[in-house]
Structures are given as structure tokens and as C-alpha cells.
Design a protein around this ligand. Sequence first.
Ligand SMILES: *Cc1c(COP(=O)(O)O)cnc(C)c1O
Length: 401
Amino acid sequence: MTLHNGREFLSIPGPTTVPDEVLSAMHRPATDIYSGELVAITESVLQDLKTVFKTTGNTYIYISNGHGGWEAALTNVLSRGDKILVCESGRFALGWGDVGKFLGVDAEILPGDWRSAVDPNELEARLRADKDGDIKAVLCVQIDTASGVVNDIPAIRNAIDAVGHEALLMVDAIASLACMPFDMDTWGVDVAVAGSQKGLMTPPGLAFVAVNQKAKARHANAGLRSPYWDWTKREGEEHYMKFSGTPPVQMLFGIRKALDMLFDEGLEHVFERHRLLAGATWAAVSEWRQGGAFDFNITEAAQRSVTVTTIRMINDEEPALLLKFCKEQLGTVLGIGIGEIGSSAFRIAHMGHVNAPMMMGTLGAIEIGLCATGIAHGTYGVPGGVRAAAAFLGDELSLLK
Ligand SMILES: *Cc1c(COP(=O)(O)O)cnc(C)c1O
């Protein structure tokens, strides 16, 4: 017996569910790439990305995934042998640092423990010790999709400023942009990276980089510049130069529609929706964890991200059977654990094109799975996660207040 017929629920933290409107917008024949609608769409997307990143700086669109966005960011501002400081809080800043190492950059890790956010005081202490200003850039993710942590980017900036350090602040906002506030100019972020397939609700295939004047000044002397990623080349007038070649036609129609949907909903509303759906998830997990079989990976509630919740089994048990059951019997795909906590963790995504019934459906599927696989959950064996999630949303949305 299985109950998985019908549309599969994808609850992984990227790629995320693509709205039907975006899919329809992409369904079109090859078009003229030298003039007309597509050229206007490129211009409008570059402009609207500034609104999403909240910057008056420059934006660039790459045909690539997030890893390409990482490489674009690094090659445009660094030279071989430069030192960078990589703030660990999970898997993803480390991965970005590895790209730097491959490029010949000296990547030092500011160690973190995967269960909490980057500590701005530790960053400040490390920068204070860098008397000669060897560190050219600080790399940090806003949300780490492996650990489920959210880092406090303004606090990271304050740590850099407290020392008067000249390092660039480079932020990976791939799992957070268009899901929670990101305020590039106000926060003093010099380079920011995002991708199409997370909060931006579009299939994987586009990376976005936003850059301020300070980063542009470093760009002038960067030794790692290469033709495909180069910002200066991409500022050429001709449409093809914005992409260093043929533009990603259907993807551009897709991201245009996705941005329209986000603006129609209103970014503030989008952020609030993520906060509420994350809150429902946390209410459920807080109930389930009473069973003693698993817990939040991120210890402090305030450091849990609004886009993905990472759950860690106690005693290094493996949630593999639960994930298999949810997928095969219930048509609900949960995120596997990745990185050093991999096999003993799983992840619930609440990122991008998600609404209340989707979230409640996912939580309901997990609760069925917990019952069916015999994983202890709830108080005195009473499964109450879904009830707690519903109560949370009912209270937040109450018409009686
Ligand atoms: C998904 C993700 C990436 C990598 O993006 P790809 O498109 O898989 O290359 C990088 N950083 C964060 C925080 C992510 O969530």
C-alpha cells in the first residue's frame, strides 16, 4: 500500500518548488536575442535584482549554479596568493573557501561548530591580530543550508568595522535571498551571491552577484580575473556581453515571472510568510523532540534559519528509513543530511514557493512517518507535532486579537 500518487511534495532546501506561473512563462520558442523583449527583460532583471539585494551597486547574471556564483565573486576581486578568512558555520562557507583554494588563494578557516552561528567576537579577535591587513576578504553565508543556521550579517560587518579592517565582506545569500531581509548597502556587504533555484523560485541555472564600489575598486587590480566571469567585460553595451555569449532565454523569462510574483506578494510579506512557516515547523519539532530520539541541530532558537530546519538524531541513529518511507509511501521528499553531520541528520525545507497547506502536509507526512517507523516523538508517546504547528499558525493569524 502506498499513498504517494499525485503531485510529489518537494521539501528539500533547493532546488525548490517552481510555481506553475514560472514554468508557463518559460514555455516558449527560441526568440530574437539581439533586440526586443528579451533585451528589455535582461535590463529589468538586472535592475530588479538591485531591489532584492537592496543595493545601488552593480548586478550580474551568470549561466551557472551557485558554485559558479562563488567563483565569479572570488575571481573578480582576488589575486593568487591573497589571504581570505572563511567563517565556518556549516558546509557552505567551507565549500566557497575550497573554490578559493583551488584558485590559488590562501583560505584560512575561522572554525565554527555547526551547531551555532559565526561568533562576531571571534571574528573581531582574528582580524585584530591581522596587523598587516593580510586578509583581503571575509567570506560568510547568511543561511547555511547544511546546519540550518542563520548568521547575523550586520554583526559580522560591525566586527570588521570595530577593527577598522579593510577586508571585503563577501556574503553567500543563496539560501536566504528573497526569504528574509538582506540589506546589502545598509549592512555594508561588498559582494553578495545568490542563485535562481532557492528563494527565487526558478529552476537551477542562474547565479546572481551584486557588487558595491569598494569591490569594484578591488576588481581593477584583481589577478584572478577570467573572461567568462569578468565584471568589466559584462558591462559591455551589446546584449550578449551581459552573458559572455548566448543569453539563457527561457531562464530569463522564468526569473522575470518569479520576480513579478515576489513583488506582487511584496517582499516584506514574503519574509513574514517564511517566518510563519518556519515557526510552524519549529512548533512541530519542539513537540516531537520530547520523545528523545532527535533534536534541532541548531541549539539556540534565535539562530535557526527561516528557510531550512536541520534535525539531528540522538546517538547518531540514522533517519534513512524515515526519509525513504516519506518519499516512497507518502510522496514527500525531505532533505538528507549533508556534510559532517550527514547520515545522522535530515532537513525540512520551508524555502521559496511554500504555503500553509504545503507546510502542514509536509509536517503531517513526517508525523505519519515517525509513527510508522517507530521513532519516538511527542510527550508520553502522543503525536502532537501537527497539532502544535496548527496551533502556532492559528494563534499568529488569529482574528480575535
Ligand atoms: C545551494 C547552496 C549553494 C550551492 O548552490 P549550487 O547551485 O548547488 O551550486 C551554496 N550556498 C548555499 C548557502 C546554498 O544553499
